[in-house]
Write a protein that binds this ligand. Structure first.
Ligand SMILES: [Zn+2]
Ligand SMILES: [Zn+2]
Length: 113
């Protein structure tokens, strides 16, 4: 099942950039939260478009998505297992690299503690 999904994704984006292909190889791997083991909903979508800056690849998520893939360690975690789901990082990485202050500065964390 995973292999099939991976193959489809590969085929779909083969004409696009290698970078996106590398990202999607892990996005398609598991459909459960790696912390609590619950199933996650939603998906990422990738498409290309012509913009004023030229051809670009857009990675978007479906509205029902309830998980993140950590920008740092690539772990797949559901929002309930993240203190700051909007940041795109898992709790472990935020703690490990002490990202909280930085993420607040750049506006990726908006809620107070
Ligand atoms: Zn979870
Ligand atoms: Zn992480």
């Amino acid at each position: 099942m995973f292999a099939l999904l991976y193959f489809c994704l590969r085929e779909q984006i083969e004409a696009d950039s290698r970078k996106v292909e590398n990202q999607f190889s892990f996005m398609a791997m598991a459909e459960t939260c790696e912390k609590c083991g619950r199933e996650v909903r939603g998906d990422f979508e990738v498409y290309s478009r012509d913009s004023a800056q030229g051809y670009e690849i857009v990675v978007d998520s479906t509205p029902d998505r309830n998980f993140n893939i950590c920008d740092s360690c690539n772990i797949q975690v559901c929002f309930s297992c993240c203190r700051f789901p909007e940041s795109g990082y898992c709790d472990d990485c935020i703690e490990k690299y002490q990202l909280e202050g930085y993420l607040r500065d750049v506006g990726l964390i908006r809620n107070g503690p």
